[in-house]
Design a protein around this ligand. Sequence first.
Ligand SMILES: C[S@@+](CC[C@H](N)C(=O)[O-])C[C@H]1O[C@@H](n2cnc3c(N)ncnc32)[C@H](O)[C@@H]1O
Length: 272
Amino acid sequence: MHDTDCINFLQEYLPVLGYRWKGFRKVRRQVCKRIRFRIRELGLTNLHSYRQYLENHLEEEKVLDSLCNITISRFYRDRVIFERLENEILPYLAEKAIRNRQQQVRCWSAGCCSGEEPYTLAILWRLSVLPGIETDIPLQITATDRDPSLIERAGKGIYPGGTFKDMPLEWKDQAFEKRENNFHIKELFRRDVQFLEQDIRYDLPDGEFELILSRNLVFTYFQEDLQLETLHRMMTKLKPGGYFITGIHESIPEGQNILIPFGKCIYEKRDY
Ligand SMILES: C[S@@+](CC[C@H](N)C(=O)[O-])C[C@H]1O[C@@H](n2cnc3c(N)ncnc32)[C@H](O)[C@@H]1O
């Protein structure tokens, strides 16, 4: 299967699934490899026969949808964003919650992969934010992903060393125990995170949040109209005055007037 054949195929089928080619350009080889494997698995010979198979077996769209799922993540991915969370956003939310006599600050990590993003937040909170304030207020993190195998891995909290290359070493040492060649998250940080298998296109977690992280998913891979629709649904879960964080290469679609930019990749929800 030539690269150009696979590109043509993706350009045709991604929009059918609600995705956009722009987000897949860089990761297409990974997706094409999976499609090639699937074609062989079905006993087919080429993309032409796979197209026909898709037309005759509507349920195959679901399989193709899962073949297009990109699952790359790292602890402390995009340092500049986590630095602003650590130094500005999280301490501000903690102090505001204490002033308002809240029992906790709530955060949602949407598309959490194997837990790298929500555990990074739990680590930041316990090792950097809490020592700077007087009250031991918890950060309660809800982390969702559509892929059940990732949710299972996230719950176990066991990682190979390579996934920490962006994280400050002293945090890794404090938050993980090394056993053989892997790193196990300590119970103290695990208990702050609740993992749920949820597809953001159809489900939202319960309750409202002071902080939502939607990074490297909706605004990279979804088509523009689905981006806007998903953003509006996510906004029903963000408290007024709460913060919304995107990935470093993402921008939110035009046509919304709920979020005010607050520096790169950070937005504040209007309070009026
Ligand atoms: C590229 S990873 C990004 C992970 C993390 N947010 C980060 O920035 O490092 C995208 C994640 O979103 C998940 N995902 C993809 N489509 C989803 C959907 N419709 N609903 C929920 N999660 C989804 C994938 O399984 C994957 O774990």
